[in-house]
Ligand binder design. Sequence first.
Ligand SMILES: [Zn+2]
Length: 175
Amino acid sequence: MPSKCGVCGQVHDNVAMDVAFGMPDPFFRLGRRERDRRGQVTSDLCQFVDAEDRERFFVRCVLLVPVPEAGDSFAWGFWAEVSEQDFDTIVDTWDDAAPSNTPIRATIANPIPMMDGVLGLEVDLLTQGAEDRPHLLIRDKSHPLAQQQSRGMSLHGVVEVLKKLESSGEIKVAE
Ligand SMILES: [Zn+2]
């Protein structure tokens, strides 16, 4: 039952609890022509050769921030950059039913408009089995997003995030 927000007094209902990034930021920034020439992206995986002739590997993941008052989590659909070896492992075990207990070192490959230092942030990637995208946990527990991840955020906070993302234009709210 939606009730009035303690911050703004409005009723926040039908709030989108996911956002998705279409591709990793370093790939997006190449522009369409260079993207076509240097790599490929699907809804889950991306790889390309960068301007220094380095092969780069990315997996679309989920970083969950609990929203206790909604009894749910807000899901950031970040891309994470991984090593070639880890990319191969993730692809090879894609359809495995069991989640992995072994974290894979990765970095977040998308910036967000309301918080500095998210692009390039070190994370542990944990595969979830065939049913779900890999989950991300921020390694630096003092980072503001890590603190949100451990403490949770308000529904009002989610609405504010969605407004900022919408006006930034680079992101789409997931269906
Ligand atoms: Zn509010």
